[in-house]
Design a protein around this ligand. Structure first.
Ligand code: AMP
Ligand code: MG
Length: 711
């Protein structure tokens, strides 16, 4: 289903000429697109609409006109009022009975009162201005009684916020618009004759002009996001809805035009185009949405809780989690390019997997009810076959079987498949043994995932299998967070940045920076190398400025404790709201946390072993959270120790460890914080709890492989 022009009508039941908010607006997207227009009366609006339709049709273009009022009434009303079935009977009735003058003066309340009089009880219509004396039209809905019709249409169960048609007056009502709008569209339809069809009352394939009921609230969040480009909400609604529908593929639009509802309900009550399918409709606007900019972190976000001196690791993690929030903007990317990215919105199945019941094997399909007894069975073979991508269009009669291949949609009349290897065939018949369970070797439609089901939640980082899943569910693009940019800075007068350069005896090579940059890359971020800087506050400050400009978060190493030479902490304390968390953990000294020009800074210890462990334990979840993901703890498992150790109470300890061939954990021979070779030797960490522990060979200890830290 494709339209060249899409016109959206935001209707109004105003009783006087009116412009601006709550008056008639017309949006126009597609071939004849213009900015929304705001005719002052309904007559003028119809004249304008007729003009646009005539221009489009003269050029051979197809037109969809969406109008934002109900096209039908709850079941039973049309017949009771007109003596004929179907909404179009009501359309003719309203076209005859509604009076709506060129100056917007109209008889809607009087007509509603008259309709009410023709039914027993009081109602169904209600709502009128307080001064209007119409005893048959109650002022409040609760004054009605013995109303013989349902309160709501079925489509309103899908969209519970849509207002019932019986309500004619006050906030959000649509009843008056429906009456006046239907009368106007019925006249338009009569003029256009066979070239015009009303969806979903009539077939629309051959119509040059299709009229359909729409409901702009389906795009409420998009309207809100883009509101400030328009003079009022009504203008935003007509423009965005017209654009959203225009941007849909013809398959998606056809899909929207085939709602899952009973035909008699569709022809009598009508339907809202896109009801229950807002996600699909919204896809049409994704590229128009501005980037979402997350709020900045608060200045005091890292404040130490009162009375805490040494902070236990778990408390520090909880505080860090609470302090941090995603800091990157959101963008839409194609699935094939989304690996490693973090979902910024829930990914919802656009299509079921599998979309249709199909065969799980190569074999022969038939109706299970064709079999009687336990077998063996012989069934004649129907002409043709069903294969993946080549569905069998016909019907397989009871008692017949058909050749079917893996992945083929089960043909009409087939619910069970027998495996090819279990069959004998001469080309005309197939024989197999029983007993045979019903539906065996078939896959149910949606057995993996149903349409509309949550596939992956926001915050999830996309893996290779996730790309398979989202593709299978018909998602072409996903909303993800822009990749986090992580800047890394080393500080210390003793450091030589380039390991290939000559170093004086008092100098050491910068080991932390390449390590931390590589960690950032491994975790899926853009690593920004800020290089190395001596213990000079002015230069450190320049580097931090550079980091705040080019990255979303800064990792520093060295100079982070309270010692005299620890310029990073001194600088951050005076200019960056530094908080040093004294964490009860070994290895690791205080973790420095600060905001530099609004950008979070994580100050890691200088010792490479401590820098590495702190990066794994605190840096990894913190960066994940800033990147829009979850603040996850790595999974570990319990193994017997292959070492002895007497551990003091009051701090958590991480030992460089690896698994032996027997599945026990051995630890590096030295716990020295400068022993970088121990990090290379290890393939994980042993985590010893905060309490005291006497560990001997065989004691259970928790081992966390580096792989579980995402390495
Ligand atoms: P600091 O945290 O600055 O007191 O440094 C603690 C220890 O780590 C000192 O021995 C430093 O020389 C050493 N260190 C600091 N930064 C680095 C680095 N980037 N690479 C290797 N060692 C470092
Ligand atoms: Mg230093």
């Amino acid at each position: 289903m494709k339209f060249d022009d899409i016109l959206i009508l935001d209707w109004s039941a105003a009783k006087e000429p009116k412009r601006g908010k709550d008056s008639v607006w017309i949006g126009h997207a597609g071939a004849g697109a213009t900015a929304p227009v705001n005719p002052v009366t309904r007559s003028e609006a119809m004249a304008l609409l007729r003009g646009r339709i005539a221009t489009a049709r003269a050029a051979g273009r197809r037109v969809l006109v969406g109008a934002d009022f109900p096209f039908g009434y709850p079941k039973g009303f049309a017949w009771s009022l007109t003596g004929r079935e179907g909404a179009l009977a009501l359309w003719s009735w309203f076209a005859r009975e509604v009076e709506d003058a060129d100056n917007n003066a109209n008889n809607r309340f009087e007509l509603a009162a008259r309709i009410n009089r023709s039914f027993p009880g009081l109602g169904p219509f209600w709502g009128r201005p307080a001064g209007l004396d119409l005893p048959d039209l109650p002022e409040k809905g609760s004054h009605r009684h013995s109303v013989p019709f349902p309160e709501r249409r079925q489509v309103e169960a899908r969209e519970p916020k849509a207002q019932p048609v019986w309500k004619l007056y006050t906030t959000g009502s649509v009843g008056s618009q429906a009456m006046l709008g239907i009368a106007r569209l019925a006249a338009l339809k009569a003029e256009l004759g066979d070239d015009c069809a009303v969806w979903p009352f009539e077939p629309t394939e051959h119509a040059g002009v299709v009229l359909a009921e729409v409901w702009p609230s389906l795009l409420a969040s998009e309207v809100k996001a883009l509101q400030d480009r328009y003079s009022c909400q009504d203008e935003a609604q007509v423009d965005l809805l017209a654009k959203a529908l225009t941007n849909l593929s013809s398959e998606d639009l056809s899909d929207l035009m085939q709602p899952e509802a009973d035909q008699d309900i569709l022809t009598e009550e009508g339907w809202i185009l896109g009801a229950g399918r807002a996600a699909l409709l919204r896809q049409g606007l994704v590229k128009d949405l501005p980037d979402l900019v997350p709020p900045r972190l608060r200045n005091d976000c890292f404040a130490m809780p009162q009375g805490v001196d040494w902070m236990p690791v778990d408390l520090a993690l909880d505080r860090l989690n609470a302090a941090l929030a995603p800091v990157t903007t959101i963008e839409t990317v194609q699935i094939a390019k989304a690996g490693g990215r973090v979902l910024a919105a829930d990914a919802i199945a656009r299509r079921a997997n599998p979309p249709h019941a199909n065969s799980a094997v190569d074999g022969y399909g038939f109706a299970h009810s064709s079999l009687t007894g336990d077998g063996p069975f012989t069934l004649p073979l129907a002409e043709g076959r069903a294969a993946a991508g080549q569905p069998f269009g016909g019907h397989v009669a009871p008692g017949q079987a058909i050749r079917i291949l893996t992945g083929a949609i089960l043909p009409d009349g087939v619910d069970t498949v027998v495996l090819e290897e279990d069959c004998a065939t001469d080309g005309g018949r197939v024989a197999f043994d029983g007993p045979m369970k019903p539906r065996i070797n078939t896959r149910k439609a949606g057995e993996d995932m149903a349409e509309g089901q949550l596939a992956l939640a926001a915050g999830h980082r996309l893996s290779a299998p996730d790309l398979a899943l989202l593709s299978a569910l018909g998602l072409g693009t996903v909303q993800v967070f822009r990749r986090l940019r992580v800047a890394v800075l080393s500080t210390g007068d003793e450091l030589v940045a380039d390991p290939g350069a000559i170093a004086d005896p008092h100098q050491i090579y910068d080991a932390n920076r390449p390590m931390l940059l590589e960690l950032a890359r491994r975790w899926g971020y853009d690593a920004v190398d800020l290089g190395h800087v001596g213990d000079d506050p002015k230069k450190i400050s320049q580097k931090l400025n550079q980091g705040a400009r080019t990255a979303d978060v800064i990792l520093t190493s060295g100079g982070a404790s309270a010692g005299d030479e620890d310029h990073v902490s001194r600088l951050l304390r005076t200019k960056g709201d530094l908080t040093s968390w004294r964490i009860a953990m070994k290895p690791g000294r205080p973790l420095a946390l600060a905001l530099w020009q609004g950008v979070p800074v994580l100050g890691l210890p200088g010792n490479p072993v401590a820098a590495f462990v702190c990066a794994l334990i605190f840096g990894r979840p913190a960066l994940a959270r800033l990147a829009g993901g979850r603040f996850d703890m790595p999974k570990g498992f319990t193994v017997p120790a292959a070492f002895s150790k007497s551990k003091k109470a009051g701090r958590r300890e991480y030992l460089r460890a690896r698994l032996t061939g027997e599945g026990t954990a051995e630890v590096f021979r030295s716990e020295g914080s400068g022993r970088i070779s121990g990090l290379s030797w290890a393939d994980g960490l042993v985590e010893l709890p905060d309490q005291a522990a006497e560990i001997i060979p065989g004691s259970p200890v928790r081992f966390i492989p580096f792989g579980n830290f995402g390495l």
